[in-house]
Design a protein around this ligand. Structure first.
Ligand SMILES: [Zn+2]
Ligand SMILES: [Zn+2]
Length: 364
């Protein structure tokens, strides 16, 4: 522990719009806990929405607040193990010097969902970066708690790329929720960082046709590199008609919605075939209104939600290590911790960025 300093720089959330760079004590790992030096931390659309004060995080008349103040944000990260609390090495299979990621949720292990094996729906729902007991990654150091689910990255994998394991894990789960068959025509709507991960993951299921949609030509080019057979821009093409034309008039088998735009939901309900599967992954700023008759009487659709990334981290690590994603094009912006406000702005704008990361130890 000799070279670990007493204090560190950390971003601290004091409420919507009020995040400050502060000096905090470096946490000391208790029994079963792992202390890591943060190599890279992602800024997610969820972080941006939390910063902006979206009701989903801070509560409104219907909902209880989800985020807490006095918390270091950040649930996407990779770190190098620098100290292990009592028993933590055996518990997590980690040693000092290992590069390791941790699932964004730290399950309680005791609630109904945890006991039934559905840990990603854990009732207390302690996510890194939103709750005080699970301080996040926008700091020089962080703790992976005793109940955290951790994975060591393989030798030879660029440690920075570990920052994309969390988002890619979420992409893989959304793809799994689509129950893709070999003969399916699969449409992924939205080619942001998460959508691109879905394209790469869906490619590995080898459906008959994989179609990616986005308004941005650069993103469509990246979708091709991730494995899309066909890319379409809804601003230029009548995609509903085009999908029907490609499928003998039936429509696509699986539609995965990853844009966060209500229009994409409507488009999906029209583009999908009867008895098809619609996966909803996005978080929407406002409620979306659609014709529910399509879901029921017209098409008898399967509507599947997708939350977090259960049991997907090992596969996400493997996909990145095998070079199945153009990581250097996906990690578009890297900033030191002190420029986190700028990072939030770049991520919020979204036009020029895919994944914005903070590198507390210095930008590579
Ligand atoms: Zn995220
Ligand atoms: Zn639980």
């Amino acid at each position: 522990m000799s070279q670990i300093p007493e204090t560190m720089q950390a971003v601290v959330c004091h409420g919507p719009g009020d995040y400050r760079l502060e000096t905090r004590p470096v946490p000391r790992p208790g029994p079963g806990e792992v202390l890591v030096q943060v190599i890279a931390a992602g800024i997610c659309a969820g972080d941006v929405k939390c910063f902006q004060g979206t009701p989903m995080f801070w509560g409104d008349v219907n909902r209880k607040a989800y985020a807490e103040t006095d918390v270091i944000p950040g649930h996407e990260f990779v770190g190098r193990v620098v100290a292990l609390g009592e028993g933590a090495g055996d518990l997590h299979g980690l040693a000092v010097g290992d590069v390791a990621v941790s699932e964004q949720i730290v399950p309680c292990g005791e609630c109904r969902f945890c006991r039934e094996g559905n840990y990603w729906m854990c009732q207390p729902h302690d996510l890194y970066g939103f709750h005080r007991v699970t301080q996040g990654s926008w700091a020089e150091y962080m703790v992976y708690p005793a109940k955290s689910r951790n994975y060591r990255l393989p030798e030879g994998m660029d440690p920075r790329h570990g920052v994309f394991v969390e988002p890619l894990g979420c992409s893989i789960h959304a793809v799994n929720r689509g129950n893709i068959g070999f003969n399916d025509v699969v449409v992924i709507s939205g080619c942001g960082a998460l959508g691109l991960g879905m394209v790469a993951a869906a490619r590995m299921k080898n459906p008959a046709k994989l179609i990616a949609l986005d308004l941005n030509p650069h993103r469509l080019e990246l979708a091709r590199r991730c494995g899309a057979d066909i890319v379409m821009n809804p601003a230029e093409t009548d995609v509903v008609q085009a999908i029907r034309d490609l499928t003998g008039g039936y429509g696509c088998d699986v539609y995965i919605e990853a844009t966060g735009a209500g229009k994409s939901v409507e488009q999906g309900l029209l583009a999908i075939r009867k008895l098809g599967t619609f996966v909803e992954f996005s978080v929407f700023k406002d409620p979306v209104t659609v014709d529910w008759t399509i879901i029921g009487d017209s098409k008898e659709l399967n509507i599947h939600g997708a939350h977090l990334s259960p049991n997907t981290y090992p596969h996400a690590i493997r996909m990145i290590a095998e070079g199945r994603l153009p990581m250097e094009d996906i990690l578009t912006h890297s900033l030191p911790l002190s420029r986190f406000h700028e990072g939030i702005d770049i991520a919020a704008d979204g036009r020029s960025s895919l994944k914005v990361i903070l590198e507390p130890g210095g930008v590579a």
